[in-house]
Design a protein around this ligand. Sequence first.
Ligand code: CAA
Length: 388
Amino acid sequence: MSVGIDEISFYTSNYYLDLRTLAEVQQTDPDKYYEGIGQEKMGMAAPDEDVVTMAANAATPLIERVGADAISTLMFATETGIDQSKAAGVYVHRLLGLHSNCRVVEMKQACYSATAAIQMACALVARNPEKKVLVIASDVARYDLDTPGEATQGCGAVAMLISAQPRLLEIDPEVGNYTEDVMDFWRPNYRATALVDGKYSTKIYLKSLKKAWEHFREVSSLAFDDFGHFCYHLPFSRMAQKAHQHLAKLNKAGLTMEQVEAQIEDTLHYNRIIGNSYTASMYIGLTSLLENCKQNIAGEKIGFFSYGSGCVAEFFSGTVVAGYEKFLHREQHKQMLDARKEVSYEEYLSLYRYPDPRDGESIEIEEGTSGRFRLAGISHHKREYVAS
Ligand code: CAA
C-alpha cells in the first residue's frame, strides 16, 4: 500500500519587502541579495497574523474538499511557538471546525520538524489506511535588524494531507538521518528573534547533507542518478544550489553545472519571493516544483533533504503520482502571490516592531491581513483568534 501526500496548499502574508529596498537603506549592492543569496523579496507577517492564522489559511482549501470530520490527527510543526504548553494546532482545530475526536500535537526541531511530522503521519496511516492526517508547518522567520540574517527573513505556512493511495506523492519508507548537538542557529525562550552563527550554519548544513545521504544510501537501493529532481530545505535559494552542487560532486555525477541546477530550479520560485519559512520552506519548494515544472514529472523520483539547525537532518525519497497535475492549487497560489502589497522600509520596520506583549498587557490588534483568519487581540494572556 502506498502512503504519502494527497494534497498540498500554502499561505503567505499579503505584505513583502523587496530586498532592493533593504539594500538601498543598507547601502549594499542589491546583487548581493538577488544573486549572492538568491532572494528577491521577503514576506512580512501582518500585525494580526501569526503561525496559527497562517496555518488555518493554508489548510482551508484541503478541509473544504475532504470535510472537517475526515481528519483523525493534526500535527503542527513550528519553531515560532506562541505558547510553551498549549499546541498552536489546538487553535487551528477550532478555526477549521475539526472533530473533537481529532488529536492535535505540536512538533519542534527547528526547520526539520515538519519532516518528522510527515514520517509519523505516514506511520499512522500505514496502521489505519482509512485515516487522513493533516500536517501543517507554519513559521515566521525573524532575525535582528542590521545582521547578516536580516535579508533571509520571511513567513509562510503549508498544509499537507497525508493519506493512503495519495494523489500527489508516494513517500518511500527508507530514510537517512543525521543528528549532532551543535549551536548554529537557536532561539532561547526569552528572545523573539533567532541567534545564528551564519557561516557555521551553512557548513553544518552541508556536512549534514553528506551524512544523511550516506545513511540513505545504506538503507535505500536508490542512487543519485535515479532522481529527476531534488527538494532542499530553503533558508535562502543559494543555499540549496550550493548543497545540490555538493551532493552532485560527492556522487561524481557526470552532469554539467546547468544540468545540476535544473534539478532544483523549479523548487525555488516561491521561496525567492517569500523568503525563509523555516519548517514550511522545503514543502513550499515541493509545491513550487509540482506547480511550475513545465514537463509532466509523473513517475519521477524526488529526493528530499530536510535540515533543522541544532541539528537534525533527513534525506528521503518519493515518487510523483500519475495525474498529480489535476489536484494542485496553482491558480489560488498565483492569485495570492500576485495580490501582495510591497511595503516601504518604514512600513517594514513598523511590521517588524509591532507589539507582541510578553508581560501580560492587553492589546487590540489592527486589521492588516487579507487572509480569512486573524489574531484580533491578546487579553489576560489569551490570544483571541477570529474568522472573517
Ligand atoms: N553580487 C553578487 N554576489 C555577491 C555580492 C554582489 N555584489 N556581494 C556578495 N555576494 C555573494 C558572496 O560572494 C556570497 O556568495 P558565496 O556564499 O558563494 O561566497 C553571498 O553573496 C553572501 O555574501 P556573504 O557571505 O558576504 O553574506 P553574509 O555573510 O552577509 O550573509 C549568511 C550570509 C551568513 C548565510 C546570512 O544570510 C545568514 O546569517 N543567514 C541566516 C542563517 C542561514 O540561513 N543559514 C543557512 C543554514 S542554517 C539553516 O538552513 C536553518 C535555517 O533555516 C536558518
